[in-house]
Design a protein around this ligand. Structure first.
Ligand SMILES: [Zn+2]
Length: 435
């Protein structure tokens, strides 16, 4: 087999994946992930793996492959990336989001950040290692999933229930969202590794009252009842709750920035974090934001019911408190049901796998400081965690100072520097040596 070079290949792999339309509108319409899955499977088969394409529904395709490690008796490591991307409005973009063009040293397009970049890095590093005959120290399972952007019904959730056997022995995982750098100064960079995720509670609220003529007295008006509950929820100030991961993040980051960290006032520290404040601020507390309202059909008719939607997010360890508080805010006349509900996650930032990530970063960037953080959203890791997997967001990228990387997730003009991708390949290669 000819030897392949991951650093040479990675930008081309990322471009090819971006050019394959795998947008996920969330309603099981659209192109699906089949074409992207076939591309990935072909790239893996070329280096001797036997990838399986697993379809959960027409064109909703996942790819899973296992690399035999030097010691297969050890627990396996899962590397996962999703193949779908969120939709776009091409008119808003400088370059077409499906172009995959390289300009200004970056690969541009939908998925360049979330997360065809990491898919390409995984492919590049695996292809290089296998073409050189370098096996990882233990079994590595690769999973390229469908449907992450709509909760993983056709992807990770389906794999974790219908194809458990493919993940036999997996106890640890890496995937999105993390591993990217945030510059402290000229020489030092934080690398944010995701070690926790907030839980998700999308809810439909319903107030039921007494329907009637709009000219009559009515003290059981569903619209009034619902509006009051929504007002209470929207204006509620959730208390600050310092979780282990957020506490470690703020301690380490404050030290690196030369800031005073007062655990009794974490908000003061977060306020000094610049562009990171938006991302970290949401992990200091539970949140519940009203997002949709619906009631009535005519100006002089009081409707029987009124409904609203609320996007709730709870911290690991605070789910019970979240729902207790929420039910108090709802009051006795408004009910709630889930539109979508998923768990929170948290794992300690310690152990050999964490050391392997931190060491690989420092070896390629002597100014690297790996810190754990909590993601305010969710990833496929929630589904894989049900298999007993402990996971991290680790898609390593050394980014230029000033690039608002976290702002490009689902944003316009998604792009990733080619040399950041190459850095990621080198770090993942070292990480796999030490995993
Ligand atoms: Zn993603």
């Amino acid at each position: 087999m000819t030897t392949l070079n991951g650093e040479d290949e990675v930008a081309g792999l990322c471009r090819d994946l971006i050019r394959i339309d795998s947008t996920n509108a969330g309603d099981n319409t659209g192109p699906g992930e089949r074409a992207a899955a076939e591309y990935v499977a072909e790239k893996l088969a070329e280096v001797g793996l036997e990838p399986q394409i697993l379809e959960s529904d027409s064109r909703r395709a996942n790819v899973v492959a296992r690399i035999a490690g030097e010691d297969s008796s050890r627990d396996a490591l899962l590397l996962h990336g999703h193949l779908d991307v969120v939709p776009f409005d091409a008119a808003d973009w400088t370059l077409h989001p499906l172009s995959g063009e390289v300009a200004d040293g970056c690969v541009w397009g939908r998925g360049a950040v979330d997360m065809k970049n990491m898919d390409a890095m995984i492919l590049a590093v695996v292809r290089q290692r296998l073409s050189e005959g370098r096996r990882p120290p233990r079994d590595v399972v690769l999973a390229f999933t469908a449907d992450e952007e709509a909760g993983g019904t056709y992807g990770a959730q389906w794999l974790a229930t219908e194809h458990k056997d493919l993940f036999d022995g997996c106890t640890e995982a890496i995937g999105e969202v993390g591993g990217f750098s945030v510059s402290i100064d000229e020489t030092r960079r934080l690398y944010l590794i995701e070690a926790a995720e907030k839980g998700i509670a999308w809810m439909r609220l319903t107030a039921t009252g007494r329907a009637g003529h709009g000219s009559m007295l009515n003290n059981e008006n569903a619209v009034t009842e619902l509006a009051e509950a929504i007002g209470r929820i929207g204006r509620y100030e959730w208390p600050v709750r310092l979780t282990q991961t957020v506490g470690t993040f703020l301690t380490e980051t404050s030290r690196a920035l030369g800031l005073e960290f007062d655990p009794n006032d974490p908000e003061a520290t977060v306020a000094k974090l610049g562009p990171l404040a938006r991302m970290i601020g949401a992990t200091l507390r539970n949140t519940a934001n009203p997002t949709m309202l619906e009631a009535g059909y005519k100006a002089n008719v009081i409707p029987q019911t009124a409904t609203a939607h609320v996007d709730g997010r709870f911290l690991p360890g605070y789910e019970e408190e979240f729902f207790q508080t929420l039910d108090e805010l709802l009051g006795p006349n408004v009910t709630r049901e889930f539109v979508y509900h998923d768990i929170a996650l948290e794992t300690g930032f310690d152990g050999p796998l964490v050391r392997a990530m931190a060491d690989a970063l420092v070896a390629e960037d002597p100014g690297a400081l790996a810190v754990p953080y909590t993601l305010s959203g969710g990833t496929d890791l929630k589904a894989f965690s049900t298999l007993g997997v402990r996971g991290f967001g680790f898609a390593p990228l050394k980014l230029p100072a000033g690039l608002d990387f976290s702002g490009m997730f689902h944003g316009v003009d998604e792009r990733v520097p080619v040399d950041s991708l190459q850095f990621g390949v080198r770090v993942l290669d070292r990480f796999l040596d030490g995993c």
